[in-house]
Write a protein that binds this ligand. Sequence first.
Ligand SMILES: Cc1cc2nc3c(=O)[nH]c(=O)nc-3n(C[C@H](O)[C@H](O)[C@H](O)COP(=O)(O)OP(=O)(O)OC[C@H]3O[C@@H](n4cnc5c(N)ncnc54)[C@H](O)[C@@H]3O)c2cc1C
Length: 370
Amino acid sequence: MHAVVLGAGIIGCATAWRLAQAGVRVTVLERTLPGAEASSAAAGILGAQTENDGPGPLLDLSLASRALWPRFAHDLQASSGIDVQHLAHGVLEVEWQHPEGGDLLPARAAWMQALGLRAELLDAAQVHAMGARVHRLMKRWLWLPDDGQVDPRLVMQALVTALARLHVDIRTNAAVKGLELAQGRVTGVRLAGEVVNADAVVVATGAWTDLLGDLPARRTTVQPLHGQVVLLDCGAPPCLPTLMLRAGLDQAPLVYLVPRADGRVLLGATSDDQGFTKSATVRGLMDLLSQARAMLPELADARVLDHWSGLRPRSGDGLPLLGAHREVEGLIFATGHHRNGILLTPISADVTVNAVLGLRQRVDLTPFLP
Ligand SMILES: Cc1cc2nc3c(=O)[nH]c(=O)nc-3n(C[C@H](O)[C@H](O)[C@H](O)COP(=O)(O)OP(=O)(O)OC[C@H]3O[C@@H](n4cnc5c(N)ncnc54)[C@H](O)[C@@H]3O)c2cc1C
C-alpha cells in the first residue's frame, strides 16, 4: 500500500505520521515547505468548548479530539524528542460591558452544564484569585477548565522530525496539479511533468483544496479566511489561563490572549475575507491592538515581538471534510478545519488512517463525509 498525502500542514503531517506508524509506505507532497501556511500561524487553542456554540457533530468531534491530545502529545514527544507544550490550563471567557450585551455567558454555561461539561460562571473575586486581572468593564466570566493549548510551531517541528525518523519522504516544492483517475478510483497524482502513483490519496491541502484539478463533486466548498496574530512580551503575563474576550450578543470572540509557558503572549485573531492574499494588513493589526489595549490597558507597555498571518481553510457549512469520497475509491479528504485544525488534528489523523486502511470508524463520520 502506497499512500500519497497532499499538503504538509499539521493535518497532512499528522496523518502521514500515523499512517507510517501503521506500516504504510507514505509520500507527502508539499507545494512549498512543511508548516508554511495556516498550521504555523495558529494560536494553538484547544477550544473544544470555547469554539462551539452548542451541541452538534462539531462539538462531539472537538471533545473527542481534545481528549486525544494528551496521548497524541506524549506519543509525538516519544517519536521526536520535542515537547509540544500541551497545557490543559483552561480558558477563561470574559464578557465585556456592551450596550447590546445580553446573557451570553450564562446561556453558554447552561448548555455546557446540561451536557455534563465542566463550565463555571465566576465572580470578580474568584477571577482575581485565579491570577487574572479584573477590569471595570468586565461584566461576567465563564471558566472552562478542560480547554487548553499547544504550540503549533513545535507540533509542526515534532511531526517533521518524527516523519524523518520513520523515513517518510516529504517532497517540498512539489505542487500537485490534479488527480489521475481510472475506472472509478484514484491511481495517483499529477505534478508538473510527472505522475506519482498511489493506492490511496489523502487531500490535506487546507485553504487551497478547491484549486486542485480533477476533484469530484463534494459536500461543500473550502475557502480561505485570513487571520492575523501578534506576539507580545508583557514582562509578566497579564493572565494565566487563555483569555477569550467577548462583547454583546455576538458569539465570536473579539480578541483572545494566549499566554505561553515562557511568558510571551499571543494576541489574536482577525477574520477577513481577502482571498488568497496572505500578508498582514495595517487595519487588521490596528484593530487587534486597539481592541486588546482598550480591554487590558496594561498591554500598552508590552513589547511587540512578531506578527504574522495565515489562511484558515473555511468550509461552506462550517464542518471539516473527513473520510473517503463516496464515488472515487481511494480518495480521502482531511481538510476544511477552519478555526479548529489544531484542536482537531488527533481525531482527523485517526479517522483518515482508518479511511485509508478501510477500518471501522470510532466516531460517526456521516456529517463530515466529503
Ligand atoms: C490566525 C490563525 C489562528 C488560528 N488559531 C487556531 C487555534 O487557536 N486553534 C486551532 O485549533 N486552530 C487555529 N487556527 C486554524 C488552524 O491553523 C487550521 O485549521 C489548520 O492549521 C489547518 O491545517 P491544514 O494542514 O489543513 O492546513 P495548512 O497548514 O494550511 O496546510 C495545507 C498545506 O497544503 C499545501 N498545499 C496546498 N495546495 C497544494 C498542492 N496543490 N500541492 C501540494 N501542496 C499543497 C500548502 O502549501 C500547505 O502547506 C488558526 C488559523 C489562523 C490563520
